[in-house]
Design a protein around this ligand. Structure first.
Ligand SMILES: Nc1ncnc2c1ncn2[C@@H]1O[C@H](COP(=O)(O)OP(=O)(O)OP(=O)(O)O)[C@@H](O)[C@H]1O
Ligand SMILES: [Mg+2]
Length: 502
């Protein structure tokens, strides 16, 4: 069977650094081919080469058996290759139908846009993806991530894509949306579409993939049938060693209550939330996307101050109306969206990490660059940040490594209370267990950690206690010994049913 796409000996360098070194990869009709590897291994770069965004320095690309060179993404689209990016590239002000048919709208005999035909075709494409609920006239800006992703997929299909590439498509999806996306992917596969699937979530890989290809440090490690690998052997291929423990949670002495919320509300998004957080404790918050978890964090951190209730630090009521105040009270917040809130992308790694501690690094008004540099080097080593050095621009790092820089920035501030929103989203298995080990160590040193996570294994593996939120409220509190996929899952499903009834 001729592969839909075949890459041979692909190499690529950025500013003299080789990030892909003679990589082979192919996609067959009707398969899901997963592309795996640690942060910075070269996955996104490889798929951008397939999609005509980057040109390879060396190597060969064949489409349906014929050698091709794409000068731009438009040519790849014409050759039947579509890519669904992590940062979805839709136009918020345009309608669903307009976004799907942008650049290739159906025309009337007179050459004008055939709006009726466009809306009809958009409707058919969405129905085909079981997205009957999506209005073709709705503005895209008002839609959820999951819905926008469906529009991207519909757009790919409207261009007759034979290969659909997805780069970490489930990173910001709720569990129910993940299941629906998988159904859609399986349906495309059954119709002969070849899917390239990039993800750090191994359970998804085992549920979906037919074959896997692993990259390590820009090198091709191998391609295997999914039935010939185990989670353990895959991890070993990715990191070049075996990892014994995925959730290295260690017991830490639980100390005094550092943070307490009493009946805290914020508009309609946070409702009457009460809980305590103690030194040495990792408190997990589970819940669906939109359940008020992030909003609770933003309220504690003073970004959207509480409209009712009391926040206490060390048992004393405090008013937190700005992030600066929160920081002065020893609170740090690692946001879920590293792109928007966490990182100054044009600045260097060292400049980003030192942002929270500029005062400590300054001599008079001048930042001590030597100290800034050694602080950054220390974190690069502790967190295993893959970079050329402290002076590299943050935007040049791979997604997962950018996340680690954000984490380093907040740890540098030496907080007493650390709020982490999806701390390992987009982070590879090796780095993930390093970050979890670090969280354990921080807790043992007396830090109080509030961890928001959509990954159930992470919540169960790392939390001393689990809170479940929905509709802005805490609907369950479960001790570590009682927290299982069943108990936490049940609390979450119960919540879903309640939502459906409302
Ligand atoms: N435009 C660029 N300029 C310089 N270096 C780059 C550029 N784009 C990517 N790189 C480098 O190429 C390497 C591979 O990055 P890539 O984004 O392909 O990794 P990845 O496997 O997708 O990682 P992640 O899992 O973190 O998304 C990284 O070291 C990254 O810093
Ligand atoms: Mg990537």
């Amino acid at each position: 069977m001729t592969p839909l796409v075949e890459l041979k000996g692909i190499s690529k360098s950025f500013v003299g650094v080789k990030v892909l070194d003679h990589v082979d990869f192919d996609v067959r009709p009707g398969e899901v081919h997963a592309l795996l590897g640690e942060n910075g291994a070269g996955k996104s770069t490889l798929i951008k080469i397939i999609a005509g965004v980057h040109a390879a320095d060396e190597g060969e690309i064949r489409i349906g058996g014929e050698a091709m060179k794409f000068a731009n993404p438009g040519q790849a689209v014409k050759a039947g290759i579509a890519i669904v990016y992590q940062e979805l590239l839709l136009f918020p002000e345009l309608s669903v139908a307009e976004n799907i048919f942008l650049n290739h709208a159906p025309r009337t005999g007179w050459g004008g846009l055939d709006w009726a035909e466009m809306r009809r075709k958009a409707r058919a494409l969405l129905d085909d993806l079981d997205s009957h609920h999506l209005d073709v006239d709705a503005k895209v800006g008002s839609l959820s991530v999951a819905n926008r992703q469906r529009i991207e997929i519909a757009k790919a299909l409207s261009q007759n894509a034979r290969v659909v590439i997805m780069d970490e498509p489930t990173a910001s999806l709720a569990e129910a949306d993940v299941q629906q996306l998988m159904t859609i992917i399986r349906r495309l596969r059954d119709r002969g579409v070849g899917i390239v699937y990039v993800s750090h979530k191994l359970p998804e890989i085992f549920a979906l993939a037919d074959r896997v290809t692993v990259l390590r440090d820009g090198h091709y490690v191998g391609t295997k049938d999914i039935k010939d690998v185990t989670e353990r052997s895959l991890v070993a291929m990715m990191v070049g060693r075996s990892i014994d423990q995925l959730f290295p949670k260690e017991d830490a002495p639980i100390g005094a209550v550092l943070l307490e919320l009493r009946g805290v509300s914020q508009g309609k998004t946070v409702r009457d939330v009460s809980f305590t957080l103690r030194a040495g404790e990792i408190l997990g918050i589970a819940g669906l996307v939109g359940s008020g978890r992030t909003e609770t964090a933003l309220t504690i951190f003073g970004i959207t101050p509480a409209t009712a209730g009391t926040i206490l630090i060390d048992g004393k009521p405090v008013q937190i109306t700005s992030p600066q105040q929160a920081r002065d009270l020893g609170i740090a917040y690692v946001p879920e969206d590293r792109g928007l809130q966490g990182l100054v992308r044009p600045q260097t790694i060292a400049e980003n990490i030192s942002l929270t501690v500029l005062k400590k690094l300054a001599r008079g008004f001048i930042v001590d660059r030597g100290k800034e540099d050694s602080l950054a080097r220390d974190f690069i080593k502790r967190l295993g940040i893959r970079a050329r050095g402290p002076g590299q621009a943050a935007r040049q790092l791979s997604g997962g490594n950018q996340q680690k820089v954000v984490l380093a920035k907040w740890l540098a501030a030496e907080p007493r209370i650390l709020i982490m929103d999806e701390p390992t989203r987009g982070i590879d298995v090796g780095a993930k267990s390093e970050i979890h080990a670090l969280m354990s160590k921080l807790a043992q040193n007396g830090l109080a950690i509030l961890m928001i996570s959509s990954e159930l294994p992470e919540v169960l593996g790392m939390s001393d206690r689990v809170l479940v939120m929905n509709g802005g409220r805490i609907v369950a509190e479960i001790a570590r010994k009682d927290a299982t996929p069943e108990t936490v899952g049940a609390a979450m499903t119960l919540v879903q049913e309640r939502e459906a009834a409302a």
